[in-house]
Design a protein around this ligand. Sequence first.
Ligand code: HQG
Length: 180
Amino acid sequence: MNKKYTETSKFLSYILRHQPESVGLSLNKEGWAVISDLILLSAKEGYEINYDFLQSIVENSDKKRFIISEDGLRIRASQGHSTQDVSIQYSEKTPPEILYHGTAIRFISSIREQGLIPKERQYVHLSEDKGTGYQVGQRYGKPIILIIKTMEMHEQGFKFYQAENGVWLTDSVPFKFIQV
Ligand code: HQG
């Protein structure tokens, strides 16, 4: 990936998940932004984005972070939001037996006390494959993969959702469902 691509993708994550107001962009409750607005506002911040470039970022994003609406007019982040203005109505889904959560070893003692909590984001993020978990954990230090007993949680009434890009979401994970 070239630098412009990576920088623009990070900028999109920032405005579509965290701080749309920092550039004057509005997102609706479902997280959608009007692409023509986004292009104009991004240009003011020095990001040269045209429709084709945006489309290629959406298609080539390793984690499929963004999605363009069927009519081609709007874009949103599939998951990962911290902005409270967005509240995507994900539909509930039965999880597999287990899912993974990658984190940093230095967080383990706190996780033992509190379980997994969403921190800045709206949900705790879980993945189906260890590799993704490992990469995610690495962002905060020496990584460790936690195994989450998601079916057991489901049986006890915890709700699970899956975003368009396959990432699983839940509100919190008490420590008793975590295998370190
Ligand atoms: C940790 C990436 C101490 C948690 C990925 C994580 C993901 C605790 C960090 C998405 C804790 C929060 C989300 C507790 C949780 N005590 N630490 N009680 N509970 N933590 O970035 O899951 O590349 O908000 O383990 O693919 O790391 O951005 O969440 O280490 O889907 O597209 O607190 O971000 O996607 O960190 O990552 P984050 P995450 P992108």
